[in-house]
Design a protein around this ligand. Structure first.
Ligand code: SAM
Ligand code: DTB
Ligand code: SF4
Length: 334
């Protein structure tokens, strides 16, 4: 059966999602092994280059100005400060540096010029560079590409149906538009979502269906567990169960075999055993460093320990994709 498909039906996605858990993990692990180098994990570092004060109303977000979360707003960081953080991340073994800004959208101003400079300089250090800056026009996407941007993160977050319960200041269509601009500029697409937002299984299935039926699968798919933050409307949401993360990761892996699936927010509350199950189910990327954007993440020492116990190795930057490598190998062997 053809495995790289962009014509999944919602019923097929639901069938995969509802497979008994161990069978689901087994199927996902088989696909993972076929398309990726086992034990290899992409290690990314996040930096919030512009924090808080965001005009949007995303119900999960500690950086929305309208909620009182205790996150201190900070204007765009200076270029040198950002480069120092990137150098530190590289020394700690990260190969992708992701810069996040609490903006609704990018504006054509001096701040954007500074971000372009940051992208150029981090790229020159030999790291893959990723940004998440909110909505982009096609022209802005092209400028980021010219500066050396490898990937742009822009999450769908949840299903189109549940979206209006979570965010009212923009639409699902806005999100899809930006993804199109990123794709058209030749930048890798990083798009996924969050679970634990009060969504149903149908919402999770619908979100995965949307991602897996885009004109091209996103090159990376972050799966976040909600980090409930005091002061946000979702502060009292029950914590996401590990097995639900595993189910999301395994379904994403089966639907989008070549994509990198990132075990993103939520690792801080997971044991090594729980994370091992996520890697088994097809996750092959993490955010490293003791802070995500504003909330805590496992520290360097704990992650080093986990890599040693599980025999994981960090993926090199700019390496040709595993899929191409495997295909080339097979062609050469013929
Ligand atoms: N402002 C830009 C935007 O919304 O696209 C970029 C930064 S925004 C903080 C990036 C992503 O972080 C969101 O799309 C969401 O998926 C994730 N995120 C934010 N707060 C979170 C939370 N409390 N728990 C889990 N993920 C969160
Ligand atoms: C993604 O999917 N998760 C990251 C990154 N992309 C930008 C963000 C997680 C943010 C968690 C809340 C915080 O630390 O503020
Ligand atoms: Fe702003 Fe992004 Fe947070 Fe929404 S998720 S409030 S757009 S920073």
């Amino acid at each position: 059966m053809k495995e790289i498909r962009k014509d999944w039906t919602k019923t097929e996605v639901a069938q995969i999602y509802h497979t008994p858990l161990l069978e689901l993990i087994f199927r996902a692990a088989e696909i993972h092994k076929k398309y990726h180098i086992q034990n290899e994990i992409q290690v990314c570092t996040l930096l919030s280059i512009k924090t808080g004060g965001c005009p949007e109303d995303c119900a999960y977000c500690p950086q929305a100005a309208r909620y009182h979360t205790g996150v201190a707003a900070h204007k765009l960081m200076e270029i040198e400060e950002v480069l120092a953080a990137a150098r530190k991340a590289k020394e700690a073994g990260s190969t992708r540096f992701c810069m996040g800004a609490a903006w609704r959208e990018v504006r054509n101003n001096t701040d954007f010029e500074k971000v372009l400079e940051m992208v150029k300089e981090v790229h020159a250090m030999g790291m893959e560079v990723c940004c998440t800056l909110g909505m982009l026009t096609e022209d802005q996407a092209r400028k980021l590409k010219e500066a050396g941007l490898s990937a742009y993160n822009h999450n769908l977050d949840t299903s189109e149906e549940h979206y209006t319960n979570i965010i009212t200041t923009r639409t699902y269509q806005h999100r899809l538009e930006t993804l199109k601009h990123v794709r058209n500029a030749g930048i890798s697409v990083c798009s996924g979502g969050i679970i634990g937002l009060g969504e149903t299984d149908e919402d999770r299935i619908a979100m995965l269906h949307t991602l897996a039926t885009l004109p091209e699968h996103p090159e990376s798919v972050p799966i976040n567990a909600l980090v409930p933050v005091q002061g946000t409307p979702l502060e009292h949401q029950p914590l996401v169960d590990t097995f639900e993360m595993v189910r999301m990761i395994a379904t994403a892996r089966i639907l989008m075999p070549k994509s990198i699936v990132r075990l993103s927010a939520g690792r801080i509350r997971m044991s090594i055993e729980a994370q091992a199950l996520c890697f088994m189910a097809g996750a092959n990327s993490i955010f490293a460093g003791d802070k995500l954007l504003t909330t805590p993440n496992p520290n360097y020492i704990d992650d080093q320990k986990m890599f040693a116990i599980l025999g994981l190795v960090p993926k090199k930057p700019f390496k040709e994709s595993t899929v191409e490598k495997i295909t080339n190998q097979k062609v050469n062997e013929m």
